[in-house]
Design a protein around this ligand. Structure first.
Ligand SMILES: Nc1ncnc2c1ncn2[C@@H]1O[C@H](COP(=O)(O)OP(=O)(O)OP(=O)(O)O)[C@@H](O)[C@H]1O
Ligand SMILES: [Mg+2]
Length: 309
């Protein structure tokens, strides 16, 4: 049944990769382990976790790049795996766009920025002539790039931040409703990361674009996210509104992530520099053991039960 309060609902999502190496024994990687999350329309969910926690796998599952081993992903109440007709699949792939870490990866070095923005507008909105030209100018301006100096340039003539803006403009041109932004600022110069995050926040606020924002950096999540989910080893260990989770972290792994943020007020309790590595290892071992039991810390803040270390 359609639930209007959610644009996307992920229910019990599990993804197991079966590895069959040329040498050695076959084994399985549980990249997603029974994940349930939802994203409200026009809001941003930040998925935060360290390398290998399954963030990109989750993003790729939402982008319908593979099928889940079990569980469902529903977009506007419709199971995305159950979309059969070509038109329905195309419509979904238009509505959900990915922006990647490497701003170069989705741009063709042989084409101008105008070409990159024109194509989706021609393809998806069937625009031509003057209408096409003004739509190109509009999406370019929407991402705060000056059309007069940007459109005739090639990707290599832009800065990393400008290229990422072009990628966001492309998603707008296609008509995206949900943008999966997978570490979109981590390859950018520190000085411009904030401005790209600010742009995404404005896209959310003024154009009601919904974001699945993937990051290893809990600090950046605060700028854009309305909800935050902390992932480790394919599981969500703690989730809720960012201010509640960040100001009152419950799970030792959330505390570990926060301890990497340069704020002395939120250091991991009782860890000196020497004991930090072994403590971190203990926390990871703990986080790996999923408990199906969930505690509601306070309204809007949840944590999976864990044993004391
Ligand atoms: N196609 C695949 N085949 C086999 N294993 C995979 C595949 N894709 C991901 N994995 C494994 O799934 C786990 C999660 O990977 P994923 O790329 O989702 O992590 P991540 O949180 O995005 O990490 P990073 O921060 O490094 O991008 C890892 O153990 C990874 O090796
Ligand atoms: Mg990743």
């Amino acid at each position: 049944m359609q639930q209007v309060s959610e644009l996307l609902r992920i229910e019990g999502a599990t993804k197991i990769f079966h590895m069959k190496p040329m040498l050695g024994a076959a084994h399985e990687v549980v990249a997603l382990n029974n994940i349930s999350l939802s994203i409200r329309p026009g809001k941003a969910l930040a998925v935060v976790g360290e390398s290998g926690s399954g963030k990109s796998t989750l993003g790729r599952a939402v982008a319908r790049l593979f099928q889940l081993s079990s569980g469902t992903i529903a977009f506007k109440g419709r199971d995305i795996a159950g979309m059969r007709s070509h038109a329905e699949k195309l419509d979904y792939l238009r509505s959900v766009q990915m922006v990647f870490q490497d701003p170069f990866s989705a741009l063709n070095p042989a084409h101008t920025i105008r070409h990159h923005l024109e194509r989706p507008l021609m393809l998806h909105r069937k625009l031509r002539g003057e209408a096409l030209d003004s739509a190109v100018q509009e999406v370019c301006s929407d991402v705060e790039l000056d059309p007069a100096v940007t459109l005739e340039k090639y990707p290599h003539e832009l800065s990393g931040g400008q290229r990422q803006r072009v990628n966001l403009a492309r998603a707008l041109a296609v008509g995206a409703e949900l943008i999966i932004a997978d570490e979109p600022t981590s390859m950018l110069d520190v000085s411009i990361r904030r401005s790209v995050l600010d742009l995404m926040r404005r896209m959310k606020e003024t154009r009601s674009i919904t974001f699945l924002y993937i990051t290893h950096d809990i600090a950046t999540a605060q700028f854009i996210a309305d909800d935050i989910a902390i992932m480790y080893a394919g599981q969500v260990v703690e989730w809720g509104t960012p201010n509640l989770v960040i100001s009152n972290p419950q799970h030792p792994y959330t505390k570990l992530l926060l301890s990497a943020v340069p704020d002395p007020a939120i250091k991991l309790d009782g860890t000196g520099a020497k004991s930090f590595a072994s403590e971190a290892q203990a926390v990871r071992a703990l986080a790996r053991k999923a408990s199906p039991e969930v505690m509601e810390v306070q309204p809007g803040h949840f944590v999976r039960k864990f044993d004391p270390i």
